[in-house]
Design a protein around this ligand. Structure first.
Ligand code: ZN
Length: 226
């Protein structure tokens, strides 16, 4: 097994390169912007064959940045149902459907639908590791992200993500309070005050946080998006 996080300093985005060390089959989850050259070098160095480029989510105003990688490697682009794709995108596309599995070499990823941060977010579970995009980024998710749906997020957290084992290692698309990995148990404790009340209370709380955030720091059109 080969596991290599790739963090892009300007955007703070983190992608994850996974591979079966025996068969040399590899996948990349959420490749950060401007990481194509680095990824190609890592693939060449390890003699890995990239079979899939997976996205946990795509924001409405954010272009898909992985078509170049798919085009250069022939890898299948995997994104959730409902995410629009530019007709000019040269990549072969496979839809990530809840409950489905994706195989690379002898490794298996399981797809979990975890909407909320955007309407069509998915997470990928691999061994004891969860790649969930921004699902646990409760600060920014409702704090000014136009794509967020607090009700869907509450359902994904309480009915799906927190149903996984406590020891599951969570790898986010951005550092969470400076940390790049946490166990699900740690995140459950951290989220407990927000999730202690009802679904309606969570939605109200998120809505008021977002309104306060917009009042104090309306993001400029050029601000980095998560
Ligand atoms: Zn995001």
């Amino acid at each position: 097994m080969y596991f290599h996080p790739i963090e892009e300093p300007d955007s703070g985005q983190i992608g994850y390169l996974l591979a079966d060390g025996d068969t040399q089959d590899a996948v990349i989850i959420d490749p950060p912007p401007r990481s194509t050259e680095l990824l190609l070098a890592l693939l060449a160095e390890r003699r890995l064959r990239l079979s899939h480029v997976l996205r946990t989510h795509v924001h409405a105003r954010q272009p898909l940045n992985c078509s170049a990688l798919s085009e250069l490697t022939g890898a299948m682009l995997v994104i959730a149902d409902g995410v629009g794709i530019n007709a000019a995108c040269p990549a072969k596309v496979e839809r990530a459907v809840h409950g489905s599995t994706l195989v690379f070499g002898q490794e298996v990823l399981r797809v979990l639908a975890t909407p909320g941060h955007t309407a069509h977010c998915v997470s990928y579970l691999w061994r004891d590791r969860l790649f969930c995009g921004d699902a646990f980024d409760l600060g920014s998710c409702a704090d000014g992200d136009d794509d967020a749906d607090a009700g869907l997020l509450y359902d994904s957290l309480t009915c799906r993500l927190f149903m996984l084992p406590e020891q599951t290692l969570v790898f986010p698309a951005h550092p969470l309070r400076g940390r790049r990995v946490a166990t699900l148990g740690e995140l459950r404790l951290r989220s407990a005050p927000l999730l202690a009340g009802s679904r309606d209370a969570f939605i109200t709380d998120m809505t008021s946080r977002r309104a306060a955030h917009l009042r104090h720091a309306r993001p400029s059109p050029t601000a980095k998006r998560r």
